[in-house]
Ligand binder design. Structure first.
Ligand code: ADP
Ligand code: MG
Length: 325
């Protein structure tokens, strides 16, 4: 709690300083946007257990301006230009029903990762609502939100600790049997069993160095232990060679089964299986539907399909030229 309260207290002092230092009030609020806005309301509620519905209602978002400015340099903050960042999401609405898999696709920079970050409240919406199990995420207890949502991004982080410790972040009271079962589901049990220290193997620089794909599978084991009802994948298999990508895909299909999923995908096989595809472009959903219909419509999806997905799924043409590793 000290860790949480420390900065907040410091911040409320800052608020006073800034107030007196600045002339314009709306500029004050702009500066306060720099503060971590993610706090739990005193009357926060639990998201219903097993909640599987996710909804965006006319969500608008722009990143806080001058986010890099540290609170240490308040004089600088006071002299900042009054810059307002461009809106990144410009009225995004969609619903994912319990158990559905929805694919979110779009060009780089369209706002896909931003969308995913609003669900787990890395940031709060500028306007509109994000609802999980019918609860506005800003009204939810943070612990409840964390239990409900599981996220896997393209570079999962493992701590310089044992494999067991890394997994128990998801479920501190998990037995070794549960850890093994999660590792099995994540297609990484055999590997861990083959290590001399097994679950007690230390991960990282001075320990066992997992490859990118192995790391992803450990992260998926962590997700399986946590057993969230809603899973968000943000390009979880990007940057993997095709062999480890296949293993991670198998792990992901275990992880997604029976859960609601929002999948930011670059692979045709994933997108084709989606119950619904949302096409995001420049902060707006410009098309939505199933694969065949979107291809037939000949719009942005059809173009992405030709230039991106089809390419990502075909065997890399340069493999032969490179030769065996
Ligand atoms: P995508 O995942 O679809 O490639 P992002 O959600 O990462 O797109 O980014 C959407 C837009 O938001 C881009 O213009 C990007 O430059 C901008 N952006 C992303 N992260 C930040 C940030 N932390 N601060 C300011 N702008 C950001
Ligand atoms: Mg992204």
């Amino acid at each position: 709690l000290t860790r949480l309260y420390g900065p907040l207290t410091a911040l409320s002092n800052v608020r006073v300083d800034v107030m007196s230092a600045l002339v314009s009030f709306d500029r004050v609020f702009e500066v306060l946007d720099l503060a971590p806005s993610i706090a739990e309301k005193p009357d926060a509620v639990d998201i219903p257990a097993g909640a599987g519905r996710l909804e965006f209602r006319d969500v608008r978002f722009r990143y806080p301006s001058a986010a890099e400015v540290s609170l240490a340099s308040l004089e600088e903050v006071a002299t900042l230009d009054r810059t307002v960042t461009e809106p990144v999401l410009r009225g995004v609405s969609f619903a994912v029903q319990p158990g559905q898999m929805v694919a979110l696709v779009g060009p780089s920079g369209a706002g896909k990762s931003t969308t995913s970050m609003l669900v787990s409240r890395i940031y709060d919406v500028t306007d509109g609502e994000v609802l999980v199990g019918g609860v506005d995420v800003r009204d939810a207890k943070l612990a409840s939100l964390r239990d409900t949502i599981g996220v896997v991004t393209q570079d999962s982080h493992l701590f310089h600790e044992t494999i067991a410790d890394n997994l128990r972040y998801a479920k501190p009271e998990a037995t070794d049997d549960e850890l093994w079962s999660a590792l099995r589901g994540a297609q990484v049990e055999e590997l861990v069993r083959s290590l001399p220290d097994g679950l007690d193997t230390v991960v990282g620089e001075r320990g066992y160095r997992f490859s990118g794909g192995e790391k992803q599978r450990i992260a998926i084991a962590r997700l399986l232990l946590k057993a969230p009802s809603i899973v968000i994948l943000d390009e979880a298999t990007a940057h993997l060679d095709s062999e480890s990508e296949a293993a991670v895909q198998r792990a992901l299909s275990v992880a997604l089964s029976g859960r609601t999923a929002l999948v930011i995908a670059h692979r045709l096989s994933t997108v084709r299986n989606a119950d619904q595809i949302l096409v995001l472009d420049d902060g707006k959903i410009v098309e939505h539907g199933r694969h065949d219909d979107l291809v037939a419509a000949g719009g942005l999806y059809a173009e992405l399909y030709r230039t991106q997905f089809a390419v990502a799924d075909s065997p890399a043409p340069y493999t032969d030229a490179v030769g065996p590793e």
